[in-house]
Ligand binder design. Sequence first.
Ligand SMILES: NC(=O)c1ccc[n+]([C@@H]2O[C@H](COP(=O)([O-])OP(=O)(O)OC[C@H]3O[C@@H](n4cnc5c(N)ncnc54)[C@H](OP(=O)(O)O)[C@@H]3O)[C@@H](O)[C@H]2O)c1
Length: 360
Amino acid sequence: MKALVTNHSIATRLLNLGLGRSIGRGVGLSEIAVPTISDDEILVKVRAVALNPTDYKHIDVISPPGSIVGCDYAGEVVNIGKNARGDWKVGDRVAGAVHGGLYPDRGAFAEYLKVPGDLAWKPPVNMSDAEAATYGVSAVTGMLALNARLGIPWADEGKGAQGVSGNGAAVLIYAGSTSAGLFSIQLAKAAGYTVVTTASPHSFDLVKKYGADKVFDYHSSAAADDVVKEFPNITCAVDCFSEGNSTEFCANVLKNKGGKVVTLLDQGKSKTPGVQYELIMAYTVFGHAFQWLPPIGPKFEAKTSDRKALARFYESLPRLTEMVKPPPVSTINGGFDGILAGVDKLRKGQVSGSKLVVHL
Ligand SMILES: NC(=O)c1ccc[n+]([C@@H]2O[C@H](COP(=O)([O-])OP(=O)(O)OC[C@H]3O[C@@H](n4cnc5c(N)ncnc54)[C@H](OP(=O)(O)O)[C@@H]3O)[C@@H](O)[C@H]2O)c1
């Protein structure tokens, strides 16, 4: 099959890490074997893929040479392991995310991919492949942050926050117009929370359309104080940007009562008394341990509870898509070349308020 496979040496990747930019392309179209499935996996013919910043971060720095890139996909089931969970039939539509960028036989930017049967979901008939492909890393990240780490009730459990506080507790979603932010807003809303978010003014209508109750411009130096004036009791936040002073902004909002900020990139330890930072890494939902840039890079332990959370989320998702909608989709033509062009747009920070999707 055809697949986008990485080729940067460790020396180039360390140089890219040091420079904070990418030298060379680091990825090319290769002809490789169709993955062999285990008894609990299904084989998927990939029809559409969605792109994430993590794709270029893997190509430029993390991926060992020979790894298939890409996480988010939608497609069709073409083979089923004899113990695969999920009640799959050949020909079923399927979507989800895989741990792309680290293995020679697992990744979404390929004609075929393999995935455990219980870690994929069945898109409804009225949803396009392009939309279905968007419920990968970004949606999973929102779920992991809110439901698994902050203990916010699951979207299929109803209006939990209303029950607890009587009038809806508030949560801060920093950078609500990111793909992770748009899913987080919707998952918090589904749980009955009042959603306070930040975005650029050009994204205000977008985040409100996805359910944000109040949006603040993160460019304003008074924004954190403005949030506190209006919402003095917030105790939990998801920082969907996690760069520059974004996490400190969240800590300032929480400092009255204390609480937890979930971050998507490493922001070190909180310096704000009573406020804790917790880094999440969406790949822990796949249930296996992994390491980046071994032997010196960070190690991530296998987390059975995160794997269970993903299986639970994807099992419930077909019933939730009216409430948890896909982000706006921007389709890029050109198949595998289109993927490379789209990943480069992400690398250059040229994507705002939409999810890039490519049909294969
Ligand atoms: N740890 C994990 O498991 C995990 C999972 C998913 C993502 N991530 C990381 O989280 C980040 C977001 O990913 P994504 O796919 O959701 O992003 P995305 O959709 O590509 O983000 C684009 C958005 O970033 C916002 N933005 C740009 N500069 C900003 C700034 N200075 N402050 C606040 N917002 C800014 C823009 O909002 P405006 O146009 O409104 O300004 C734009 O809409 C990436 O770094 C990604 O690698 C980590």
